[in-house]
Design a protein around this ligand. Structure first.
Ligand SMILES: NC(=O)c1ccc[n+]([C@@H]2O[C@H](COP(=O)([O-])OP(=O)(O)OC[C@H]3O[C@@H](n4cnc5c(N)ncnc54)[C@H](OP(=O)(O)O)[C@@H]3O)[C@@H](O)[C@H]2O)c1
Length: 202
């Protein structure tokens, strides 16, 4: 399979690349590096990246920025950053990317445990993660040519605990290699419209 991984240089994306590259042709895309550069918050950038890449069998999005702040402090710019990246970035990627998917291809997006379990400073992430999960459930019914779509919802990643650990007191973490299996399941399996919750035990 020809598989595009966006956010391929990241903590999660790099393990997804590792998990898939032995048996598949993986194209890496990041904001600043990789075989292709893409900014998912910019429609022209998404289109230009796919014009460069051409047709693929699977698209994985392991990125999507969102602001963490107290609700009373969240600015409109911070909300817009998440809306344009975590939410509409992944929505636009789905709309544009599906035109570049071969028949029976798949799209796998990323949300996060905050959609289900609240944390301090997580209002924007909770809102946008929830929206992405509902988007996936709905759009799965409209995608043509047997194209599937799922979203992976990770708990905090073990390798990210030094950065995000304080936001997730008492939460179980998942190591990135284990988490990558959920993306593999979405790409190689048959499920569609699903949120694959990578946080059993929380
Ligand atoms: N890590 C966690 O504990 C955790 C838990 C739940 C959910 N998530 C979510 O999972 C996703 C990946 O997390 P991560 O920890 O692997 O992130 P990360 O290590 O910070 O890596 C982010 C990746 O996304 C790319 N990127 C940044 N902005 C982009 C943009 N506008 N368009 C396209 N690519 C962009 C980066 O490219 P460059 O290297 O070129 O900048 C990098 O490859 C994020 O949406 C995050 O919120 C993470």
């Amino acid at each position: 399979m020809k598989i595009l991984v966006i956010g391929a240089s990241g903590t999660i994306g790099s393990r997804i690349v590792n998990a898939l590259s032995a048996a598949h042709e993986v194209i890496t895309a990041n904001y600043q590096s990789g075989e292709v550069q893409i900014d998912i918050s910019n429609i022209e950038s998404i289109t230009s990246a796919f014009e460069t890449i051409g047709k693929v069998d699977a698209i994985i999005c392991a990125t999507g920025n969102v602001a963490f702040n107290a609700f009373s402090e969240l600015t409109r710019d911070e909300w817009d950053m998440g809306i344009n990246s975590r939410l509409m970035g992944q929505v636009n990627l789905t709309q544009i990317g599906s035109q570049y998917l071969n028949d029976g291809g798949s799209i796998t997006l990323t949300s996060g445990i905050i959609a289900d379990y609240a944390i301090a400073y997580g209002t924007s992430a909770a809102t946008l993660n929830g929206a992405i999960e509902h988007f996936v459930k709905a759009v799965a019914l409209e995608l043509p040519r047997n194209i599937r779509i799922n979203v992976v919802s990770p708990t905090v990643v073990t390798e990210s605990l030094s950065v995000y650990g304080d936001y997730f007191p008492g939460f179980n973490s998942i190591n990135a290699e284990e988490l990558a299996k959920y993306y593999v399941r979405s790409v190689l399996g048959v499920e569609t419209g699903q949120t694959l919750k990578a946080f059993a035990g929380n």
